[in-house]
Each structure stands twice: as C-alpha cells, then as structure tokens.
Design a protein around this ligand. Structure first.
Ligand code: SF4
Length: 421
C-alpha cells in the first residue's frame, strides 16, 4: 500500500526504485505520495519490474491505449501493439478492449507485460448485458473482477451525475458526449432514471481499490470532443464533482488521478490545468491529448502532442497518447509507435521547460558538434528512424550528412573558427 506506507514514512521497494529513476530522495517522494500529489499505479497482485511514478515534480509519463474492437478481435495483434508501445517508451498501457475477446486480451496483457495496466471496467459490464438489465451490483462486480485480475489502475466515470446531464441538456454543445464510458453511463442513468452507480456507490469502489491498492483514475466523461465545446459548463460541473471524490480517495488512502480534456484550444490549456490542480488538491492530472484543433485527421498525434507539451509544461503529469488513426479507425502497430513517440517528445519538451531534464539534450548537442553519429542515434527518442534515414540517403563523406556534404557547417566552422576558449 504505497500511500499508507508513505504516510507512515516507510519506503517500499517501488518508492526506492522510482526515487532513483526520478533522481529525487525517497523522503521527498514519500511526502508527495502521502499528500496525494504522486501515485504509483501497482496492484498488490502484480510484480512490476520498472514501476512508474506519476505526479508533481516527476518526469512526464505517457500512456498508450491498445485493445480489440468488435471488428478486430485478434488478441495477438493487441499484445504486439502493447509491446511496440512499451519499446517506444510508454510508461503505462490501457487495455480498452471491446467485443467477445476482451477478457482474454486483458489476461494475456497482464501475463505478458510488466508495465502498469489500466482498464475501464464499465466496458466489460456493458458488454455482458443490455442496459435495462445492468444493475449497480453488476458494475461493482466487474470492478472487483478487474482488481482481482491485477489491474493497476481503472478509469471510472463517477463524475457524470443526473445534475451534469441536466446541464448538458441545457447547453448547445456541438458534440455532446464523446467519451465511450461517459456515453454508456449516461445511457444507463437516462434509461433507469437513477443516479450514476459509480457516483452513488463510490464508497464501495473505494473499499475495493483500497484492498488491492488499485489506483483510481477519475474519468472525464464530459470531456469536450471539439474545440467549440471546450471549457464549458458540463465539463466544469463534472470536474467539481470529481474534486469531492478526490478528497474522499485521499482521506481513505486510495491513490487517485484525474483525467482531463479532450479538445482544447492552446490558449485555454493553462487554465484547464490550473483549475484541475486547484480543485483536486494537486492530484496527478492525466490528459487525453489535448487536441488543439479538430481539422487534422490522420495527423492527430501531432495536434495531441502540441496540446500535450503545453499541458505538461503547465503541470499535467500523464499524457494519454493520440495516434494518427484517432477519429478514423483502430490503430495499427505503426500508428501506436508514432503516437507514443509524439507524446514522448511532448513530455520531454515540457520536462526541459520545467527544468527537470536537460542532460540528454546537452549530450545530443555535443554529439552533433563532434559529428558523432553513433552517439546521436543513441540519444534519440526513436533511434530507429534516424538510423533508417542515414542509410536511405547516404553521403560520400560519412563524417557529415547528405544535407550539405562537403559544405557541412559544423566541419567548416571547426576548421576555420578558432575560439579562444
Ligand atoms: S552536413 Fe549540414 S546538416 Fe549535416 S551535419 Fe553537417 S551541417 Fe548538419
């Protein structure tokens, strides 16, 4: 139990490892975990070789989503995508599988990976039965089932209430609800004319999460699905509800993070981070993108990375990747890789701006200055692509590159400029 131990001043194996990885003291890390500013998603039933700390003052983390869809049920493909994401640098994986193989995919994923795994148990609950037959109990059982399987963190859309839906009905939102879990639970509330079970039975969910030290990720079911809907009433009303649930989690020693938008214009990102951090007692913020424009299908890993960099610079802690396939189709392995790399660049750029990481960039600059190509490739976020490009378009002088060849600026300067120091 990371938070309980941190509050007692005890150093767990994971705290020790993460403090070393992040280059901070165990004392500092424990202080942040105890305050709820940092989480370590790790179910007590799992062994994770390289645990991950997410939160204030730590390097920005990246999540990759994988999972079968009703149209594509190949479990092997999804496991390969998870491996691709981890190799590309993803810190956590969410299994968002749908369809008949969802449980088998999750089992395989837990067995074959040593990275924190997250799920949305609601998908399972809504797969098994039609909405009129789904009960609160049924949803709680699914949550418990995922906890028993060893899931490290779960998204629950506990902030969508009858009040939030009333607000939604009164707004002129363009896209209404784009969150998959959010749409399912809203359909349940509307059909049963009852309060959201994830909200009503929150205390029971806390008990399950506490038993397994499963981190809760409070989902933003009302996240804006387009620039026109950004930072509106339904989004902010939901955030207020989530802030009360964060308080409950932290009081009950349950690790918690909060999920955030969505589609947000660049000029509203800072406000979105600040309001979440303020209302939610500095709990880690897990943002989905954010996407800074709606008009780049096929390139949404770029629009997501622009938003992610700004968000992380202003305090977002965990970036959920966006792939080039976003809004279009189920991503393939290449999409997954490109999505992770784009988010890694965003997170790293923010870490530089926040003064956390600069060493690697200095090493890259030194390697460039020395025309040391091996070292440059070693320092690259994605070593594969520069290797391929160098091979595809070589130059006669292997010291330089085919951009300027014998007019290499670095070589010319080195030869003629005599610096005194
Ligand atoms: S050839 Fe031009 S682009 Fe290539 S390393 Fe030299 S200065 Fe840089």
């Amino acid at each position: 139990m990371q938070i309980k131990n941190a509050k007692k001043g005890k150093t767990t194996k994971e705290i020790k490892q993460i403090a070393k990885q992040e280059n901070i003291t165990t004392k500092e890390l424990k202080r942040k975990i105890a305050k709820g500013q940092v989480v370590i998603p790790k179910n007590i039933k799992r062994e994770i070789k390289k645990p991950t700390g997410i939160g204030k003052g730590l390097t920005t983390k990246v999540n990759a989503n994988i999972g079968t869809s009703p149209d594509y049920q190949n479990i092997e493909n999804e496991i390969k995508k998870a491996e691709t994401a981890i190799n590309a640098g993803a810190d956590t994986i969410m299994d968002l599988s749908l369809g008949k193989n969802m449980q088998k995919t999750l089992k395989q994923l837990i067995k074959k990976t040593e990275t924190p795994i997250g799920t949305v148990p609601l998908y399972r609950a809504f797969h098994k039965k039609p909405i009129p037959e789904i009960t609160s109990n049924h949803i709680l059982q699914t949550i418990e089932n995922h906890a028993e399987m060893g899931v490290d963190f779960i998204t629950i859309h506990s902030g969508i209430t009858q009040e939030v839906l009333q607000k939604l009905n009164k707004t002129n939102r363009t896209m209404d609800i784009v969150s998959r879990g959010g749409s399912l639970i809203s359909a349940w509330i509307t059909h049963h004319q009852q309060e959201n079970p994830l909200h009503k039975e929150f205390d029971k969910i806390l008990e399950i999460a506490s038993q397994y030290d499963m981190t809760l990720s409070l989902g933003d079911g009302m996240r804006p699905g387009c620039i026109n809907d950004a930072t509106d009433k339904p989004q902010l009303t939901e955030l207020q509800t989530l802030s009360k649930q964060v308080e409950k989690c932290q009081e009950n020693n349950v690790q918690v993070m909060v999920e955030g938008p969505g589609h947000i214009p660049m000029n509203e990102i800072k406000f979105n981070i600040e309001i979440q951090k303020k209302l939610c007692n500095q709990a880690p913020f897990y943002v989905l993108g954010p996407l800074v424009t709606d008009i780049a299908p096929g390139y949404d890993h770029i629009t997501g990375a622009i938003g992610g960099a700004i968000a992380a610079w202003h305090g977002a802690d965990h970036l959920c990747y966006v792939t080039p396939a976003e809004h279009l189709c189920l991503p393939n392995k290449q999409d997954v890789k490109e999505g992770v790399i784009a988010s890694k660049i965003a997170g790293h750029a923010a870490d530089i701006a926040n003064g956390i990481k600069k060493q690697k960039d200095k090493e890259m600059a030194d390697a460039r200055k020395n025309l040391n190509w091996e070292k440059q490739i070693e320092q690259a976020i994605d070593p594969q692509k520069p290797t391929q490009l160098r091979k595809q378009r070589p130059t006669e002088d292997p010291e330089t590159c085919s951009m300027c060849s014998d007019k290499c600026a670095i070589k010319t300067t080195e030869k003629y400029l005599k610096k005194t120091k």
